[in-house]
Design a protein around this ligand. Structure first.
Ligand code: NDP
Ligand code: MG
Length: 399
């Protein structure tokens, strides 16, 4: 019998984390779980750790450790509890696991995702912000360590599947031969076809009500503003070593075509499926084999039609700002991501109007453009700029 693949899930209590555990539970002989991590949902973490017999959990503080212990109650064989941000890096590096699902939200997930890459593991990367903030460092690390990088973001997973097998390198040095462009699909979110200026009264509940996907709050807001698609363009640029001008975005409200690769001969290869993250997660866990994910059949006759249209960048300022940041370079991408995290958190706490999100990003990008050029060669350089950009974003919006 083949030994099970041992997996650690960073951010197991989130939407991606829970979907990952769902897929793993379908294959008890094929996968085992070593460590789980969470930030606030200790009851859920305790239940997950019990169910999968996790050996280790990583949580943010001593106070949460007490909550975890209470939630675990008197169950036998309590896992080892590691505490603090550095614990995330430790579990990511720990040789006890071979594969890491990087599913923490935001730049907070960067150090641990990078540690998994440094350790040469199979990295299932959902945390797109890690690539936006530190794409060059991340990809260079994957190349040096020989890590196996598998994109979990549905568009990038689709592109990965549509590339020729021999071109699916974990960290390519240049664009795949014969590829004319990558086409990322975007649902357009809940406010598709509405003018940006008319959205000032949008509430967090409305922004988080995505028509097709069920996701965490931050990425749901990003999908509504389409900053998410901007982050994904930057993510695709790094993952597939593709210049910005060869990446395009098309609105596709049904979220059935997850993305496409267009070749020089005019062929366009697409990956289709139901909008359910268990498909890309199962692809990453089982690679190169295909394993069941719990996702049902795609009934195209039921879908009836698939629509496509051009995004109007004038009505999508967050997407336009993302293209601007990618053109400007790594420092601008760090600022874009940091400003967006600050703005979205404030919006979710009802301290910032929805339409102010783009303004905070724009002001922070202007701040960054006015800074003297600096080296961004290490994780420390990125984190220092990220922190300054967050302060600039808070000043810009008085939040
Ligand atoms: P969720 O908000 O649902 O989950 C985030 C996870 O990260 C939770 O386990 C949370 O813990 C943990 N977490 C939050 N903040 C911190 C922190 N500061 N330090 C350590 N852990 C933290 O997000 P999603 O699962 O939706 O998204 C996760 C990542 O995957 C994001 O980068 C997102 O862009 C990406 N992604 C998500 C998709 C989706 O369908 N959801 C699709 C494609 C990409 P707790 O819950 O205990 O607070
Ligand atoms: Mg996506």
């Amino acid at each position: 019998m083949v030994a099970p693949l041992v997996v650690t899930i960073l951010g197991s209590t989130g939407s991606i984390g829970q979907n990952t555990l769902d897929v793993i539970a379908r294959h008890p002989a094929r996968f085992a779980v070593h460590a789980l991590t969470a930030h606030s949902r200790m009851d859920l973490l305790a239940k997950q750790a019990f169910d999968v017999k996790a050996a280790v959990v990583a949580i943010p503080s001593q106070a949460t450790a007490e909550r975890f212990k209470t939630a675990w109650a008197d169950a036998p064989n309590r896992p080892v509890i590691l505490v603090g941000a550095q614990a995330l890096v430790e579990v990511a590096r720990d040789p006890a696991s071979q594969a890491i699902m990087a599913a923490i939200v935001g730049a907070a997930g960067l150090p641990s995702a990078l540690a998994a890459a440094q350790a040469g593991k199979r990295v299932l990367l959902a945390n797109k912000e890690a690539l936006v903030a530190a794409g060059s460092i991340f990809m260079a690390t994957v190349r040096e360590s020989g890590a196996e990088l598998l994109p979990i973001d549905s568009e990038h997973n689709a592109i990965f599947q549509c590339l020729p097998q021999h071109e699916r390198a974990s960290a390519p040095q240049g664009p795949a031969a014969g590829v004319r462009r990558l086409i990322l699909t975007a649902s357009g979110g809940p406010f598709r076809n509405q003018r940006w200026a008319d959205l000032s009264k949008v509430t967090p509940e409305q922004a988080c009500a995505h028509p097709n996907w069920s996701m965490g709050k931050k990425i749901s807001v990003d999908s509504a503003t389409m900053l998410n698609k901007g982050l994904e363009v930057i993510e695709a640029h790094h993952l597939f070593a593709m210049p910005a001008e060869k990446i395009s975005v098309v609105i596709h409200p049904q979220s059935v075509v997850h993305s496409m690769v267009e070749y020089e001969d005019g062929s366009v290869i697409a990956q289709l499926g139901q909008p359910d993250m268990r498909t890309p997660i199962a692809y990453g866990l089982g690679f190169p084999e295909r394993i069941s994910s719990g996702v049902g059949m795609l009934d195209l006759a039921l879908a009836g039609r698939l629509d496509f249209s051009q995004p109007d960048l004038k009505q999508l300022p967050c997407l336009a700002l993302s293209f601007q940041a990618l053109k400007a370079g790594q420092g601008a991408c760090v600022a874009l991501n940091a400003a967006n995290e600050v703005a979205v958190a404030a919006f979710l706490e009802r301290r910032l109007a929805y339409t102010q999100i783009s303004q905070v990003i724009e002001d922070t990008l202007s701040w960054q453009a006015g800074q003297s050029t600096r080296q961004l060669e290490s994780l420390g350089d990125i984190i220092a700029l990220d922190e300054q950009a967050r302060s600039a974003a808070r000043r810009a919006s008085a939040i």
